[in-house]
Design a protein around this ligand. Structure first.
Ligand code: FAD
Ligand code: FES
Length: 277
């Protein structure tokens, strides 16, 4: 059991969830995640640790509503308890002084990239942050990311910020301007990470992506998160979630993520029907 300390809507489809989890807060590192079960009847889903406060004993994640479990999480209130909250899981991200690191985040990845950008900045890197949102009203945590970045660019399709381009194009533009990048880290939807990796492939700039296959146990036992990296079978929960975007088999990842599409739609319809019955 874990107690919800705060649940706050950041933008229409994205909520912050702060949970009392002192053991996780004491041990976690950037890039790690927790497995959460929103209620007794629910499924286990992974959420990246976006921030933590050891003195308060709390861990924060940011949840984008896409289906039944994330809907359920978005309805929790401070004081509610969730039956399962396990972590920290996964390998921590590699943090050292690489030189100039570009951190690219979209949707929930804006929050997920924050602890990495902060740790990279503390390790002496020059941090360039790129945030991607479909529209300006979907932007959150801009100030937090500004505080840990040397340079920040925000891209929104409605152009209220400095560019309209989908961020992989912006990554390409920066590389074409001969910006020296030593590493790119991208977190967000699978397509954003894939596109960022494709944008850097010709230049060979190492591009780390935090992969989001379906997970169940999060400990390497069930095989749900299987993927292929560099021709070898890997499990995202124990070998990742960070992988080299230039060696991942993206087509396999896209297709495995769609495996339960019809069941996911059915589950959401049934849950909505029960809720409003
Ligand atoms: C290591 C790891 C860390 C993660 N961290 C976070 C996090 O910090 N915050 C967060 O919100 N999510 C995160 N995710 C993704 C999250 O676990 C899933 O979105 C969640 O399991 C969906 O459950 P659901 O029941 O709400 O939706 P489902 O019913 O499982 O999915 C609903 C539909 O939405 C689609 N979908 C799922 N995810 C996305 C997406 N990101 N963008 C667009 N469509 C999508 C699915 O393909 C499916 O068709 C992470 C995943 C992994 C593997
Ligand atoms: S989630 Fe079960 S093996 Fe990774």
């Amino acid at each position: 059991m874990a107690k919800i300390l705060r649940r706050e809507r950041l933008v229409p489809n994205i909520h912050l969830l702060e949970v009392e989890a002192p053991e996780v807060a004491r041990k976690c590192q950037p890039g790690q995640f927790v497995i959460v079960m929103p209620d007794e009847k629910g499924e286990r889903i992974p959420l990246t640790i976006a921030d933590w406060d050891e003195s308060r004993g709390s861990v924060t994640s940011v949840v984008m509503i896409v289906g039944t479990s994330t809907q359920k999480l978005s309805l929790l209130k401070a004081g509610d308890e969730i039956p399962v909250y396990v972590g920290p899981l996964g390998r921590p991200s590699e943090i050292k002084n690489f030189g100039t690191v570009l951190c690219a985040g979209g949707c929930f990845g804006i929050a997920a990239i924050y602890p990495m950008a902060r740790a990279l900045k503390r390790s002496g890197n020059r941090v360039i942050t790129l945030l991607d949102v479909k529209a300006n009203y979907l932007l959150y945590w801009e100030d937090r990311l500004k505080n840990v970045s040397d340079e920040i660019h925000i891209s929104a399709r409605d152009s209220a910020f400095d560019c309209r381009d989908y961020i992989p194009k912006k990554v390409q533009a920066l590389l074409e301007k001969k910006k020296k990048l030593d590493r790119v880290i991208a977190i967000g939807c699978t397509y954003l990470m894939y596109s960022c990796a494709e944008a850097t492939r010709p230049s060979g700039v190492k591009t780390i992506v935090s992969l989001n296959p379906i997970m169940v146990d999060g400990t390497g036992m069930c095989g749900a998160c299987r993927l292929t990296d560099g021709g070898k079978t890997k499990f995202a929960c124990v070998d990742g979630p960070d992988f080299d975007g230039h060696t991942v088999d993206w087509q396999e990842l896209f297709s495995r993520r769609k495996a339960y599409f019809e069941d996911e739609i059915k589950s959401l319809c049934e849950w909505e029907k029960d809720r409003f019955a």
